[in-house]
Write a protein that binds this ligand. Structure first.
Ligand code: UT7
Length: 367
């Protein structure tokens, strides 16, 4: 059975920075409270011309460059997102088109902030089954567009960004070792975004009770999160036949520094075993784990051969963890420049539309 190795990684964060002081001009809050209660100093907010797919494409090109893989080599693209560009088409399909990943199947996965762990597990399983050889897994968000900037309980938390991993099959042991996924829909109301689905019509006038904003019972989500972070870490280690001593790094979902500290206490681990960058990005939902990992790898913190655990939780409720042995880029010949495929991808997209138009004319004549 092949192993699923993480061989490429990339991230993209919008340039505009929103500080705690900026938020204190919008709602009754202050920098000291936000830093003490959440660990967040600032977050990135997507520009108007940026979207989950454009951020994801930048992160993906970076990941493909590290993996030395062409977009046309990809068999599968999974985009985990809590703020998809549309209900459909899937954001993953927009990414497929912009990358020129001509052979890839593409779909979105919605498991709120646990989505990246779920998506990584799905892609790894597809590789381990032998049905595909390579996959691109993305977490990408512009959740700031769903934030109620009058609600101090939520607007301080969320930020925008994207992270992407390339997974490849190899006979060498390592890569993704085990994963666990859990859910409890009875807690769905604790963290939700109702409008835009089929129950509520879209738009402010059609959702007068703010269903188009993120709603959250922060205290309950906090309590749930502190419970599941430690338990799912233990569970995923048992599934891989490992213990905490085997693990060099824990990469937690970056939701609140106090949740991460509680997980550290629950696991009886010092905080320096946790990768943390919440101070600079806030909670970027599905993108938080890959962004934290990309920064840690690029700083030389996470090294090839080290064993790591990714652990997260989110709306749904959902939670999960994944254990892996960090691979680093695979040795390969030649230097691929995935960004060069973007022009080709744009031309191909225009051509495909033109062909469909002509086919439509011909087909109509046949009827
Ligand atoms: O990906 C999953 C995403 N969600 C989460 O991870 C959420 C988890 N929950 C949390 O992170 C925390 O519950 C929050 C950061 C949302 C809130 O922190 P807290 O320590 O649970 O605060 P609290 O709701 O218990 O509020 C304490 C006090 C209240 O005042 P009173 O009633 O004690 O007078 C709040 O009204 O702090 C007040 N407060 C604020 N004050 C200044 C709440 N939000 C703010 C604020 N600035 N932004």
């Amino acid at each position: 059975m092949p192993y699923a190795h993480i061989t490429g990684w990339g991230m993209s964060a919008p340039e505009p920075v929103l500080t705690n002081d900026d938020i204190s001009k919008l709602v009754e809050t202050n920098d000291a409270w936000i830093r003490e209660r959440t660990g967040i100093r600032e977050r990135r907010i997507a520009r108007e011309d940026q979207s989950p797919s454009t951020l994801a494409v930048e992160a993906s090109i970076n990941a493909l460059r590290v993996a030395n893989l062409r977009p046309t080599d990809l068999d599968l693209i999974i985009c985990s997102t809590s703020s998809p560009e549309y209900i459909f088409p899937a954001t993953a399909c927009l990414i497929q088109d912009q990358l020129g990943a001509t052979k890839a199947g593409a779909f979105d996965l919605l498991a709120a902030c646990s989505g990246f762990i779920y998506a990584l597990n799905m892609a790894a399983q597809a590789i381990r089954s032998g049905s595909i050889k390579s996959a691109l897994v993305i977490g990408s968000e512009t959740l700031s567009r769903y934030v109620d900037w009058k609600d101090r309980g939520t607007c301080i938390l969320f930020g925008d960004g994207a992270g992407a991993f390339v997974l490849q099959a190899s006979d060498q042991p390592g890569g993704v070792l085990s994963a666990v996924m859990h859910s409890d829909g009875s807690g769905g109301d604790l963290l939700s975004l109702h409008a835009g689905g089929s129950r509520y019509a879209v738009g402010e006038s059609a959702s007068p009770n703010g269903q188009h904003y993120i709603q959250m019972d922060g205290k309950e989500v906090f309590r749930f999160a502190t419970r599941v972070m430690a338990s799912s870490t233990h569970e995923v280690l048992d599934a891989a036949g490992l213990t905490l001593e085997d693990i060099k790094w824990i990469i937690p979902h970056q939701a609140n520094i106090r949740i991460i500290e509680a997980a550290a206490r629950g696991l009886k681990l010092p905080m320096d075993r946790f990768i943390v960058n919440i101070d600079r990005y806030g909670n970027t939902s599905t993108a938080s784990i890959p962004i934290a990992m990309v920064e840690a790898v690029e700083k030389g913190q996470i090294k090839p051969g080290e064993k790591i655990v990714l652990v997260g939780f989110g709306g749904g409720l959902t939670w999960g963890a994944l254990a892996a042995q960090w691979t680093g880029p695979m040795p390969s010949k030649g230097t691929v420049r995935p960004e060069q495929y973007r022009l080709f991808a744009r031309l191909r997209s225009v051509l495909r539309r033109a062909i469909r138009f002509i086919e439509g004319l011909l087909y109509r004549r046949e009827l």
